[in-house]
Design a protein around this ligand. Sequence first.
Ligand code: RIB
Ligand code: CA
Length: 331
Amino acid sequence: MRVILDCDPGIDDTYAIIFLTAAAQAGLIELDCVTTTSGNAPADQCARNAAWVLGLCGLPIIPLAAGVPEPLEVDLTTTPETHGDTGLGYATAPERHVEHDWDALWIDSIARGTDDLHLIVTGPLTSLAAFAHTHPEHFAKLKHITVMGGAVHYPGNTTPSAEWNFWVDPHAAADVFALTPTPITLCSLGVTEKMVLKPEALAELVDRLGGSPVAEHLEAITRFYFEFHQDVGEGYQAQIHDLLTVLIALDLVDYQSTETTVAVEADSELMRGTSVADLRGIWEREPNACLVTEADVEAAWERFGWACDVHAKVAAGDAEIEELRHLRADD
Ligand code: RIB
Ligand code: CA
């Protein structure tokens, strides 16, 4: 399996990167590249954040670039109140030069074949929509697209009906679902809000990370998110949406989904970013989504614990990593 991660780190995106780098270190996947969109923080800041986390996870060599900096039509809104001033809670990534050749990275990866290529988007869909418009011939070759976004028949986290990623760039979300060459595996809030991390579990995960450099920063990164969730009435815990999305994309946890047609509202101020699934087939349109309806969250946290063990072994220079190469959803 090969992966392109398009993300907006972002605290829960960081957990997705921690898992993907462990899976790459264990030979489970090839992480072709990481690109960033503006969402939790501006795309360039997200790229600095991603670069730092990739380095902490032992993979500073992964091709990385910042994507399209502004939403297709609306003004950019970021969310320092949710993810911190620079997007990593109470931690701050060091300043660094940021590349911007994100579409060349995608084209190179697509040119290597798409049968086993998984494009996973855990931020706004700005770059994917831009790619569809500017490189339609390459966009058409994509066969596996997984998106974290939407509040399908479920309360929004940004407006009463909209989830953050779709609200930040509603035109991009609308375009992607209108143009996609393959049904998108959609991980929306009704499922991803169940991926809850509590402080005691975080302490155990940090312990399992052992001497991995990321262990030194994960508490400071995550504590901000605990405080945000408490402030909005969710309790002192955190919803790690993007980690569950990655595990579903790679079929590393059991999940249920239903094929349907999804549309996203882009022009209404009140309903901006609202996503609807035509579960009764009233529109009689071709399906463009596999809407995930439930997922094994307990197994997802077991997979992340495995990832922490991998990082600890890599940090210890432990050759035993071979043992972990055979992880599969049915292990
Ligand atoms: O609504 C949750 C999503 O918005 C997650 O991807 C989080 O990182 C933010 O981008
Ligand atoms: Ca995200």
